[in-house]
Write a protein that binds this ligand. Structure first.
Ligand SMILES: [Zn+2]
Ligand SMILES: [Zn+2]
Length: 885
């Protein structure tokens, strides 16, 4: 029965976190019982540590999962991490660099070994943090995207798509990082606005003396690789030049003038240079016109032999020299300042270089069709619904997906190149001989797959696919995915496409897109702003439960969350309030000789009558009715992802109804009780039900208190996490009790307000009278004793109209008049007189303004309207004060 005076979450949170795992209650069963609820985690990068965004995501997932588990569903939250190709490779490369080792000197095999070693050492940071924060995952099913099973799934998918003609090799323009030496996805390119220049260069038209075409470029060095200039087919200025050629300055090469939409007549001179090897639009124009591609920049960012005299120079040095030469020859006609969006590698900040290379692609159009259909027909429901529009926009304009990366860390592409006849063999296992020429000189493709390729299989690869496992049969399709909008396309869309292709069914039935966590001022958290909140630091300070509550309170769908320390502080106060309520109960139980007790059967919202009399105490009837109401709304809120509403409902119920009213009323009873009376049983049952309602949001505090109540191990579930979640029943609403306590609450609140307004000492008992001609009078009379204690007012009751008084408060049903002592009455009079004086001034001011024609003609109508409104208010207040005086 001992309960510590102070609420100190670090004392018990780590204990329960580990105990939950050890007890095995989060393990899901694949032996199909009852309704299944399954969810796979958006796998965090293995390099990462938990940030506040994860904590929000995991809190929302955990609330849902714990709630489903308590609803009795066979619940699985499958955890795991992503190998995160480029991110992990960078981390290990950096570490090696500190030891003075270059990855290339180490060799591929040894490098991969080092990465695995790193993963073994640091790869479970996230897991440890998630356990500490109470995530109720089934750790026995933890997965890593490079696990043997998942790697097998990757090869299987690759081979099947290849055989179906949905994977091909092709030339494409990719973002290339000359530092990281790999293709990087659009997502990994960071765009920053920089001040650059626009260089205007003129190209002489062949065979036409004094005729020039002027092109403008932000990257003059690429002109060395120009293979055409383009004019728009509709641009009348250049009709006479169709079919002609120009001479490329510096290189002295003859290149054609092509007619193509790539030239925008509105931009500059309307002529553009075409460099198919170094620009995506030009690459496509080059394809349309069969232009040669001259690569002048290589994979290290240096100029190639094709760059003639500039060969071997760094690309930026080459730019300086090209500009100098153009100036000298008079080809440079103008330089303008120009704002441009520079793409840099998000890992190493090196400017990316668009390069043409041979890559592997997935043909996405055929896969996208079904993925669009399942959202359109509602087989997958996306919440908030506005994200559906974004999804369609992406999917209708989908481009083939470049899946190869020039990295060493990841799933190596299961394709082998015959060194004799150039045949490409795609297979699940390494072939020994070439099926075309029989040679055994086969070399595996050096590239690895885009990280999103393996995470796109996550909902089924983690459950054992391509084996037909019990897990797959039980948990696929998963029930729900909770994730951020930044990966709606990169991840969510790909899971839908691949799930439909390989499982013939959706990967999840619902998607909930959560918001971003921002700071108190609504600013994005970032290291440079210095406003980043570290979840582990604040968890130590306020307790995990308080952080969860603080986040949930702001987690309205579609609204970013402003998280402040003030909010965490108040959430801790909320937890503390519950702690103190428990302490108060335990102390009184001890005094009454009551042992820890939890009802055997769920007697949710059934208050018990006293033996013999059968009467149920009014406050018990009331609290059970309020509990029932709270349960109804919280269930609905969690089901519809309205986490903020669930949090606010629980907060209001526990703090304002349970602690502020119910326990205050109970205080008056406890002295009368001894032993486990029906009254005690009701109080404990209500408290226990409230703990269960709160458990998904604040798991640690509720477990800690529940375990102290449910000491009878033989009869109880091992943990509150596996008790039943309270469900409301319409017949459990007790209107009469709610009305009756409502009257009591009104009178007490009114008396307290009057007392504060008159600046009276709360300890000083007052006399008062309730006037009413309705049934409320009888109700109030019944609770005279409770009102007297809660409001410190001795009441009389009169079935007549109330007299005029300064100390009066009224509702439609009754008036409460307090007798204010003489001294206070004088003070009150003085206060009212002062207020009257001020009001008279205000009224005169407003009237003067409204009578001033110049003012009226100049002031905007809303201002005038507001003055009129204020004047009416002042006048009404003045009448009241005069009445009172
Ligand atoms: Zn880079
Ligand atoms: Zn061969």
């Amino acid at each position: 029965m001992q309960i510590e005076k102070v609420y100190e979450p670090p004392r018990f949170e780590p204990h329960w976190a580990q105990w939950w795992i050890d007890s095995g209650i989060f393990r899901a069963s694949n032996q199909g019982y009852g309704r299944v609820f399954s969810l796979v985690i958006p796998p965090p990068n293995v390099t990462g540590s938990l940030h506040i965004g994860h904590m929000l995501e995991h809190t929302e997932i955990d609330v849902t999962i714990r709630w489903r588990r308590m609803l009795g569903h066979n619940t699985l939250w499958l955890p795991g991490t992503d190998h995160a190709g480029i991110a992990t490779q960078m981390v290990v490369e950096r570490k090696l660099a500190e030891e003075g080792i270059d990855r290339r000197a180490l060799g591929r095999e040894e490098f991969e070994r080092r990465v695995w070693e790193w993963k073994r050492q640091y790869g479970d940071t996230i897991k440890r943090q998630m356990i500490r924060l109470g995530a109720s995952c089934d750790w026995s099913r933890e997965r890593f995207t490079l696990d043997p099973g998942l790697s097998r799934a990757v090869r299987e998918v690759f081979v099947r798509l290849y055989e179906k003609g949905l994977i091909y090799r092709g030339e494409y323009m990719i973002n290339w990082c000359p530092r990281c030496h790999t293709a990087i996805s659009d997502l990994e390119v960071a765009h920053t606005d920089v001040n650059g220049h626009l260089w205007h260069i003129r190209y002489p038209v062949n065979g036409m003396k004094d005729r020039y075409l002027t092109v403008a470029t932000t990257r003059p060095e690429t002109m060395l690789g120009d293979t055409a200039v383009a004019v728009n087919p509709k641009d009348a200025r250049y009709f006479d030049l169709h079919g002609k050629t120009v001479r490329l300055p510096l290189m002295d090469r003859e290149i054609p003038i092509i007619v193509d939409e790539v030239a925008d007549p509105e931009f500059g001179s309307g002529v553009v240079k075409v460099t198919p090897a170094h620009d995506l639009n030009d690459f496509e124009a080059g394809r349309r016109h069969n232009l040669p591609r001259i690569q002048v920049i290589d994979e290290d960012g240096n100029m190639t032999a094709a760059a003639g005299p500039y060969s071997g120079l760094d690309r930026f040095e080459a730019r300086r020299r090209v500009i100098g030469a153009l100036e000298q020859t008079g080809a440079l006609v103008k330089v303008e300042d120009y704002q441009l969006s520079l793409g840099t590698c998000s890992r190493c900040k090196t400017p990316v270089e668009p390069l043409v290379s041979t890559q592997w692609f997935v043909k996405t159009k055929p896969l996208a069709e079904k993925a669009i259909e399942v959202v359109e027909t509602g087989r997958i429901e996306i919440t908030p619904a506005n994200w559906t529009k974004t999804y369609y926009e992406w999917m209708y304009n989908i481009r083939d997906w470049c899946i190869s990366r020039q990295l060493w860390w990841g799933h190596r592409i299961p394709a082998w190149h015959c060194q004799e006849c150039r045949e490409i063999v795609v297979a699940k296992e390494a072939p020994t001989t070439c099926p075309r020429c029989g040679s055994s000189r086969l070399v595996q493709d050096p590239d690895v797959l885009d990280t999103w390729f393996s995470s796109g299989l996550w909902p089924f690869s983690t459950l054992g696919w391509p084996e037909r496992t019990e897990d797959l049969a039980t948990f696929y399709p998963t029930s729900l995915l909770i994730t951020g909008h930044d990966i709606l396309f990169f991840w969510v869309a790909r899971m839908i496409m691949l799930g439909m292709e390989f499982m013939g069914d959706v990967p999840f039935r619902q998607v909930y897109i959560h918001a971003l966590v921002r700071d108190a001022e609504g600013q994005k958290m970032s290291k440079t702003r210095g406003n980043v909140i570290d979840p582990l630091v604040v968890t130590e300070k306020y307790g995990t439960d308080a952080i969860r509550m603080a986040m949930l309170q702001g987690a309205a769908p579609g609204t970013d969350i402003a998280l402040s320390e003030a909010r965490m502080e108040s959430s801790k106060a909320f937890a503390n309030k519950i702690w103190n309520a428990a302490r108060f109960l335990f102390l009184n139980m001890e005094r009454s000789g009551v042992e820890p007790w939890v009802p055997d059967r769920l007697q949710e919202f059934h208050p018990e009558g006293e033996a013999g009399t059968g009467g149920v105490l009014i406050e018990d009837r009331w609290i059970f009715s309020r509990l029932n109401n709270c349960a109804e709304q919280v269930n609905r809120a969690i089901e519809t992802f309205r986490y903020h509403e669930a949090a606010q409902l629980l907060w209001h119920f526990l703090w304002h109804e349970f602690c502020d009213w119910y326990l205050e009323l109970k205080k008056l009873r406890f002295r009368e009780n001894s032993g486990l009376t029906a009254g005690w049983r009701n109080t404990l049952a209500a408290f226990e039900t409230a703990l269960r309602l709160l458990h998904p949001a604040m798991p640690f505090l509720t477990e800690e208190l529940w375990q102290r109540l449910a000491t009878d191990r033989a009869k109880r579930p091992v943990s509150i996490a596996v008790t039943a979640y309270p469900q409301s029943r319409p017949e459990a609403t007790d209107q009469d009790a709610e009305r009756e306590i409502g009257v009591l609450q009104e009178i007490v609140t009114m008396a307290r307000t009057l007392r504060t307004e008159s600046k009276l000492d709360p300890k000083q008992q007052l006399a008062g009278t309730v006037y009413s001609r309705s049934a409320a009078l009888e109700v109030a009379r019944r609770h005279a004793e409770a009102i007297q204690k809660l409001a410190n007012v001795k009441l009389e009751f009169k079935a007549e109209a109330a007299p005029r008084s300064a100390a009066i408060r009224s509702t439609a049903e009754f008036d409460l008049v307090l007798e204010v002592p003489k001294a206070q009455e004088d003070a009150q009079r003085k206060r009212l007189e002062k207020e009257r004086e001020q009001l008279v001034k205000n009224i005169a001011n407003s009237r003067r303004q409204l009578g001033d024609d110049t003012f009226l003609s100049k002031a905007p109508p809303p201002v005038v309207e507001s003055i009129r409104g204020k004047l009416a208010d002042y006048e009404a207040q003045l009448r009241k004060i005069e009445d009172a005086l």
